[in-house]
Write a protein that binds this ligand. Structure first.
Ligand code: ADP
Ligand code: MG
Length: 331
């Protein structure tokens, strides 16, 4: 990446100094930035606003011409912001602030310095069962919070949207001013148990750009309706939650072997494979992986959403609870 060639965004620049680019998507750039006043590091997601393709006068002429959207419409970004604002969980990226300039929206977020889980899979080829369990359980805690406490479906769970904090030690909240007296006192920070030397730290789910609220967490009813809810709406709620469970199956599969369950060069063939739920535990890569892990994955990669595991069934599975004999190394 071309460092030192960071753009300047009016208004944002007054408060934050961009340090480096951390990621980019179709509509967004994410930067590591520093709060000029406090010195705190944050992540800033900069999203370009929707641009009209032509001048106002030409609008009607081009109204029917389909073009690649050039930005994000206000309604969409506000939905992402509104959902994120309402979330507070250790395994979910925290949104601090939202602002905008003429051309951009700015989401000021908690910085997750380890980057994407995706890069760690590439770096390590694949994860051990213990490390995979540690990672996917953290994802599951985020998903349980979303599904059961907030009525939110993420809809875009994938290794690129799973970030991690590569730490085993969190210093105490308020850094102590050393007075000399407490010089040799231990910092009363919190140790996060790692997973041996390969420990990855805390996982954080990011990117609520596609997420949706399926029920009102205040009234515990499907969104926007009370008492008049049609069965297909109630069903739709269940179905939409189950998309996250499918995605978790894909993530877990990928963690354990290093490649995704569904892949093909051709989009048509790939789509067909997914629709049929056509995947295998490919030998020799899966030979050494426990049957219990495979059993769990098969309950997630189930085509019928009614039969697919819910988040509670997932968390109750022996492989996750670590109580399954098969997951223990042979004596
Ligand atoms: P998009 O909707 O464009 O996919 P994301 O919110 O997923 O936007 O952000 C794009 C990328 O930016 C992520 O995949 C990740 O690499 C990086 N990123 C996003 N949020 C953070 C964050 N809080 N801390 C560190 N990196 C982040
Ligand atoms: Mg993303």
């Amino acid at each position: 990446e071309a460092r030192g060639k960071l753009p300047k965004y009016p208004l944002l620049d007054e408060k934050y100094k961009l340090i480096e680019k951390m990621g980019d998507g179709a509509f967004s750039n994410v930067y590591k930035a520093q709060d000029r006043k406090t010195g705190n590091m944050v992540a800033v997601k900069v999203v370009r606003k929707y641009e009209l393709n032509a001048s106002q006068g030409d609008k009607h002429l081009h109204a029917t011409v389909k073009q690649k959207p050039k930005g994000i419409e206000r309604a969409n970004i506000l939905k992402e912001v509104q959902i994120m604002r309402n979330l507070n969980h250790p395994n979910i990226v925290q949104l601090y602030e939202f602002s905008e300039s003429r051309d951009y929206y700015f989401l000021i977020m908690e910085l997750v310095p380890g980057g994407e889980l995706f890069h760690q899979i590439v770096r390590l080829t694949y994860f051990s069962e213990d490390l995979s369990r540690n990672v996917i359980t953290q994802v599951a805690h985020a998903v349980r919070y979303l599904h059961e406490e907030k009525g939110v479906v993420h809809r875009d769970i994938k290794p690129e949207n799973l970030l991690f904090e590569p730490i085993t030690f969190i210093p105490s909240k308020t850094p102590k001013v050393r007075t000399g007296e407490d010089e040799d006192k231990e910092d009363e920070g919190e140790f996060i148990p790692g997973v041996g030397a390969g420990g990855i730290g805390r996982i954080k789910l990011a990117d609520f750009g596609l997420s949706k609220v399926v029920w009102d967490s205040q009234t515990m009813t499907p969104c926007g309706t009370v008492g008049y809810t049609a069965p297909e709406i109630v069903k739709d709620e269940r179905y939409s939650k189950s998309v996250d469970m499918w995605a978790m199956g894909c993530v877990l599969y990928t963690l354990l072997c290093g490649f995704p369950p569904f892949y093909d060069e051709s989009i048509q063939v790939l789509t067909e494979k997914v629709a049929r739920g056509q995947y295998t535990f490919l030998s020799p890569w899966w030979d050494e992986i426990s049957k219990s892990a495979q059993d769990l994955i098969s309950h997630l990669l189930t085509v019928d959403p009614e039969k697919r595991y819910t988040i509670d069934e997932f968390l109750a599975h022996p492989w996750i609870r670590g109580t399954d004999e098969e997951t223990q190394p042979a004596a």
